[in-house]
Design a protein around this ligand. Structure first.
Ligand SMILES: [Zn+2]
Ligand SMILES: [Zn+2]
Length: 240
């Protein structure tokens, strides 16, 4: 749900002759292109596609295990998976997102390195299997939905979303987030560095809590920011 989509709205700035930065709304605003994630019917669980909910898909012989929260030691919840072109652009990865759903406020799910969320990148290959969750409640979400991509343009993400909603006769609730480009942060820029290679990570997606307020992921009614790295690491964090 986009509870307050205008929170993400940023005004274009310009520097005047006096050296002061000021808003320049309406004057020379540059239209930007965005790739929106749009709510769609859930794909087959066995297909490597964008999906929220269900079980994570991993290569057959991968050693990926279900992550535990480092704070409460219980298994995390699988939020969903996104298809992301590898940095070389020749292959696709599935970006698997997990977050603790046990003790909001105690487990620091909003932190990129708090141990209460985890992003695992796996290469998409022909032989993929579903990773079974541990025998514990809350590892899987109660709903499953897919996400398609749609182009939209606007002077910022909010106007791009508004333009999309008007053009496609859709609603804001159907917009699940946007992919690539520069994130428009709710708070300050928190683009993380990779723990492995120490480089600044690539922004992959901005996600909201989902289309169904009764079954939303808890981002504090804010947004999550997803990143990957050429070396194969991934991270996410959320702000509200
Ligand atoms: Zn936890
Ligand atoms: Zn790296």
């Amino acid at each position: 749900m986009w509870s307050l989509p205008w929170q993400t709205r940023k005004r274009a700035k310009e520097v005047g002759n006096d050296g002061k930065v000021r808003d320049c709304e309406g004057i020379g605003l540059v239209m930007a292109e965005y790739t929106l994630l749009i709510n769609a019917a859930a794909p087959e669980e066995s297909e490597p596609r964008n999906r929220f909910g269900g079980r994570p898909l991993v290569p057959k012989n991968s050693k990926v295990g279900w992550p535990n929260c480092k704070s409460c030691n219980l298994p995390m919840q699988f939020i969903g998976q996104l298809m992301v072109a590898a940095h070389s652009n020749e292959t696709q990865n599935l970006c698997l997102m997990f977050m603790c759903d046990r003790d909001p406020g105690v487990c620091e799910t909003w932190m990129p390195d708090g141990g209460a969320n985890q992003v695992i990148l796996v290469p998409v290959d022909e032989d993929m299997v579903l990773l079974e969750p541990p025998r514990a409640d809350g590892c899987l979400r109660n709903i499953t939905y897919g996400a398609t991509l749609a182009d939209a343009s606007g002077e910022d993400i909010y106007t791009a979303m508004l333009n999309y909603v008007e053009k496609s006769n859709s609603t804001f609730d159907n917009i699940l987030g946007n992919m690539f480009g520069t994130p428009e942060w709710i708070q300050s820029d928190e683009t993380p560095h990779c723990n492995k290679c120490k480089k600044l990570m690539r922004a992959v997606a901005v996600l909201n809590e989902g289309p169904d307020p009764m079954e939303s992921v808890n981002f504090g009614t804010g947004e999550a920011y997803l990143f990957d790295c050429a070396c194969g690491d991934g991270k996410f964090l959320w702000q509200c």
